[in-house]
Design a protein around this ligand. Structure first.
Ligand SMILES: [Zn+2]
Length: 184
């Protein structure tokens, strides 16, 4: 079958052909914007998937208040060896400076029974917005099947378990790399 483009070309309608080519290039370009796709698909909504990401071992993520547009970035790191029969401790840090790799302040722990709280070494108080935002998020996730639409949860684009950059689309969607997900 002769396409509309070929037909135009046969009739020597060069400007029509050029426009069709431009439109086609634009359309295929829309489909091929990995950065945009990656950005959009970093958002997670089901509570179980968010909890799995947060507690994977080496997670970095941002939560955004839809109303106030305030956002905080947290890093949650698992202590390697849990006590027998207990959940592993997780240390929760919150970004408080300009460097998204280094500027984290120790906030508290998710302890060996899965409770989030401050400890003596916490550098922020329970009345800080950083504490209250994470506390609210974590409690919500434990009780509800999906995240409230008042908060957006965005993972960092790195595997929550090992910290490597995610490249496989399904992994970008849930935040865990293909090798790591087999071990979870
Ligand atoms: Zn991984």
């Amino acid at each position: 079958m002769i396409s509309a483009r070929d037909f135009a070309a046969m009739r020597g309608e060069d400007d029509v052909v050029a426009q069709m080519d431009a439109e086609e290039a634009l359309a295929s370009n829309e489909d091929n914007k990995p950065d945009v796709i990656q950005e959009l698909s970093r958002r997670i909504v089901p509570s179980q998937d968010i909890l799995r990401y947060i507690l994977a071992g080496k997670s970095t993520f941002t939560i955004v208040s839809v109303d106030t547009k305030k956002r905080f970035t947290y890093k949650v790191t698992k202590l390697k060896k849990p006590k027998p029969g207990k959940k592993p401790f997780h240390f929760v840090g919150v970004m408080t400076g300009p460097d998204n790799q280094l500027s984290y302040t120790y906030l508290g722990v998710i302890d060996d029974v899965g409770k989030f709280h401050l400890t003596q070494k916490s550098r922020l108080t329970s009345s800080s917005t950083q504490f209250r935002a994470f506390d609210f998020l974590y409690r919500w996730l434990l009780q509800e099947p999906v995240l409230t639409d008042k908060i957006e949860f965005w993972h960092s684009g790195r595997c929550g378990r090992c910290g490597r950059i995610l490249t496989v689309p399904e992994s970008i969607a849930n935040g865990i790399g293909p090798e790591c997900i087999k071990k979870m």
